[in-house]
Write a protein that binds this ligand. Sequence first.
Ligand code: NAD
Ligand code: UGA
Length: 451
Amino acid sequence: MKVTIVGTGYVGLVTGACLAELGNDVLCLDVDSVKIDQLNNGVVPIYEPGLSDVIERNREAGRLRFSTDIPEAVAHGDIQFIAVGTPPDEDGSADLQYVLAAARGIARHMNTFTVIVNKSTVPVGTADKVRDIVMRELAVRGVESQFTVVSNPEFLKEGAAVEDFLRPDRIVIGCDLDVPGLRAKSLLEQLYAPFNRNHQRTLFMDVRSAEFTKYAANAMLATRISFINELANLADRVGADIEQVRQGIGSDPRIGYSFLYAGCGYGGSCFPKDVRALMHTAGEQGMELNILASAEFVNEQQKMVLFDKIRHHFDHSLEGKHFAVWGLAFKPNTDDMRQATSRALIAELLRARATVSVYDPVALDEARRTLADDLDPDSYEGIRFSRDRDATLQGADALVILTEWKEFKSPDFAHMKATLKNTVVFDGRNLYDPVSMKKEGWTYYTIGRDA
Ligand code: NAD
Ligand code: UGA
């Protein structure tokens, strides 16, 4: 099948590459010519495990192309996916300008029946806005093409995006039940047939429910994380171990084990913005989502829990202290720094007149850029970026761990002891066994396991 993807970011690029991997003929469009040039020269602009191989293989096979040419892209696809960003506006609502611009671009060049599939995360009612824009553009052109707007939200996680796309738990498709809608349904059934061979994974529903499902999923996951984080903070006080509690409650299938890892707060490009966008939608209806507001509030506080432990350990005097920081990305296996806890925590350490040596296996360049934007030049001077994990420990008063990269799980503790000034670790991701750490002479701070 011929597929066009409008927007070649995380979601668009992974969607395009994976649909090509299944044998489809895919054209990815972007307004960012630097990105498209990179991709056409074999450079993948994001770090995502396995993605470069899939892109390379399918580019060579001629099934995956990249372009900035809107008429060419619109003419190419039987299906036009919109996968552009929906960043938060100042009031927390999703900024739809990129989605609507993408829809306008499609409408200005479409000449036959067109299926527009919205893969971006968009508030309920966005399909109607897209439909209105397309109708307006067609009217201006005096063209009477039939079209339909489908909602097909994406559930992949960064760092596991290729795997998630190729092995989805479910594929949600919201389409109308009129003639164009049913025609689109049948095309999408064909496109997604390879995922449904052994097990029907596609859930068809109405468009508004599909749009809502995406926010409901992210809101539920973010709430779960804030819930366990709040319990972790209590566990620290009452002498319980949150990891044992996680296993204790997760064994109940109604609760489950996953997405219950306590940590130093959730980040990324989606949970924070989608939680706010859903609250904004509720506000428009005169409602407050109290649970979600608390989940967001708890998360903002959670980003500072480690800082409070650091300050307490050093008797509220961090001036002149130096910290090694391992892990900058908002989660492992990505170089994405959007809403990463590291940004808030490093800023706070620098504000307290401490300095830091930071290391991340892949996000170092991205971190340089984001931290330079976040901080004033004087504070930025307090950061030493290192490509050598163990070198960050030299002369540091303590180690702070913020992302659970695999390579942090079994470090050379003897070397760490010999290099750090004090045998102190502040672990925001609960990587080590607190009992053996204490036995080995470490002062080991965790999230919910300090008992
Ligand atoms: P991104 O910022 O990585 O990529 C968006 C791309 O769209 C950019 O390359 C931008 O240049 C391009 N673009 C903007 N306007 C365009 C236009 N008119 N025509 C062509 N290209 C245009 O964003 P992302 O992380 O891929 O997110 C896209 C959407 O998917 C968002 O709504 C997000 O919430 C949702 N989502 C993201 C993830 C994720 O893991 N990142 C997962 C699921 C859903
Ligand atoms: C999340 C969702 O998991 C995806 O299903 C969704 O498609 C995506 O948002 C999106 O809409 O963009 P992502 O943000 O890429 O994916 O990564 P997650 O693995 O969900 O992690 C998000 C944050 O939660 C990270 O900061 C992570 O450290 C934190 N987290 C996750 C925890 O603190 N504890 C956990 O148990 C799990």
